[in-house]
Design a protein around this ligand. Structure first.
Ligand code: COA
Length: 255
């Protein structure tokens, strides 16, 4: 992998996007490497949470790599967005292993779209977030027009997209775009603390919950029905037996 680093420690995998000189901008190779890393980590039973972050103190990801698509035509543009969504952004959102974005600085364009594809987000106090694509004569292409309104509401999303402006970490917190804001030097430790809280719970149930929540945002899918189905499926698992037995025996469940 030329553009990302993957470290696994105590059942937490950390993917670090590592192109600091380009503010971790997502070129094609980085998107491919990320897609492969997420798919591999999802299959790895020793990994219970995936944290995605950027290298350096300045940027999470400053967007898709503008130098790569500046001379694209309509068909190439459409293919770029389609491939990216399929290879990475949808993979992250639908990953059965929980994904937390640790937003350590600029999260712009494709960077904010990547953070939004994660299951939830923590930001450092210097983070600045936005979808500046309309300033470049294009629109968000990696899910931004869909996931931003889901997270912050339609009016705020429209304003952010139309003004192409950035909001700071505290504004993002007020909007519900990030769940927590912490000092930069505490960002990873804070995120790992959250990861450890997730790891205490049944990985099967956590995956079933991700699937049910996402179903509610999928056209043509009845999220309530998926919830009923996934709820029922839990009853046929060893983790359900362990979770309920441990409660009744007044001990901590071991998942
Ligand atoms: N694509 C390609 N290269 C990028 C990039 C992107 N999205 N974002 C930053 N870079 C590169 C810069 O070109 C520069 O490279 P260089 O040193 O070879 O010239 C390097 O990263 C550092 O960026 P720079 O602009 O010098 O840093 P800054 O502190 O002055 O500004 C930003 C930071 C984030 C405000 C600015 O880089 C920016 O606006 N980036 C583009 C954001 C954007 O529009 N993203 C959406 C893309 S769809």
């Amino acid at each position: 992998m030329n553009n990302i680093q993957v470290d696994i420690d105590n059942r937490i995998a950390t993917i670090t996007i590592d192109r600091p000189k380009k503010l971790n901008a997502l070129n094609r190779e980085t998107i491919e490497e990320l897609g492969t890393a997420f798919a591999d980590l999802e299959e790895n039973e020793d990994v219970r949470v995936i944290v995605i972050t950027g290298s350096g103190e300045k940027a999470f990801v400053a967007g898709a790599d503008i130098s790569e698509f500046a001379d694209y035509d309509e068909m190439e543009g459409k293919k770029l967005a389609g491939r990216g969504q399929q290879e990475l952004f949808d993979v992250v959102e639908n990953c059965a292993t929980p994904v937390i974005a640790a937003v350590n600085g600029f999260a712009l364009g494709g960077g904010l779209e990547l953070a939004m594809a994660a299951h939830f987000r923590v930001a450092s106090d210097n983070a600045r977030l936005g979808l500046p694509e309309t300033s470049l004569g294009v629109i968000p292409g990696y899910g931004g027009t869909q996931r931003l309104p889901q997270l912050v509401g339609k009016g705020r999303a429209m304003e952010m997209i139309m003004t192409a402006g950035m909001i700071d970490a505290n504004q993002a917190l007020t909007y519900g775009l990030v769940n927590h804001v912490v000092a930069q030097e505490e960002l990873l430790d804070f995120t790992y603390d959250l990861a450890r809280k997730v790891i205490k719970n049944s990985p099967m149930a956590v995956a079933a919950a991700i699937d049910a929540v996402n179903a509610g945002y999928t056209d043509g899918t009845d999220g309530y029905q998926v919830e009923i189905d996934n709820f029922g499926s839990c009853f046929g698992t060893e983790e359900f037996v362990e979770g309920t037995t441990a409660f009744l025996e007044k001990r901590k469940a071991e998942f």
